[in-house]
Ligand binder design. Structure first.
Ligand SMILES: [Zn+2]
Ligand SMILES: [Zn+2]
Length: 190
């Protein structure tokens, strides 16, 4: 007999095996550092092989799927007050369907989403591609424009190490390590 917990474990294990990773569009095998698409209807992130990714890489195409670009830029942080970043870290992206800036706060249960009362014409958002890129902001420190799948990756990592209200030391170390890696990617990709 298979309990729901066993099934869940099996799914988790399958997702962690790089040999099993496949393109969600055509089922072709993909490398561990493959690219992603955003499904604009379900807001899901999908794994993609290079040819499928290229199909949806045109910003101006009105399609259901949009390729997540791989550029990373260092940017000036947007004007936020401390209440808008309770744990000192926030991901901001532009939701094209709602034409709003949406904030994601990482935490022990994944990420909490809320619409921010923030001017979408803040210069920090000028280069942000809707739905597929995010600003990762550390309050009082730095901000990067990065692929939105980077936010999912960091959120997943933080969920496993988060302790207490502010995440604790292990979460802070994970964030520092992640931002150092982002800084090393600035200027590459497009
Ligand atoms: Zn494919
Ligand atoms: Zn993937």
């Amino acid at each position: 007999m298979t309990s729901p917990l066993n099934t869940l474990r099996r799914i988790v294990r399958a997702e962690k095996s790089p040999a099993e990773e496949r393109c969600d569009m055509c089922a072709e095998r993909v490398a561990p550092d493959h690219q992603h698409l955003v499904d604009l209807q379900s807001r899901q992130l999908m794994c993609a092989c290079r040819p499928c990714w290229l199909l949806f890489a045109d910003d101006n195409a009105h399609q259901r799927y949009r390729a997540v670009p791989d550029r990373v830029l260092a940017v000036d942080p947007p004007a936020l007050d401390d209440q808008q970043i309770p744990v000192g870290l926030v991901f901001l992206f532009r939701n094209s369907a709602r034409d709003r800036i949406v904030a994601l706060y990482p935490g022990p249960a994944g990420a909490t989403e809320s619409e921010l009362d923030i001017a979408a014409d803040d210069p920090a958002f000028a280069q942000l591609r809707p739905d597929v890129e995010a600003l990762l902001v550390r309050q009082g420190r730095d901000a990067y424009l990065a692929p939105i799948d980077a936010c999912y990756e960091l959120t997943g990592r933080l969920r496993t190490v988060w302790r207490g209200f502010d995440g604790g030391q292990e979460a802070r170390d994970a964030v520092d390590e992640f931002f150092t890696r982002l800084a090393g990617k600035v200027g590459r990709g497009k």
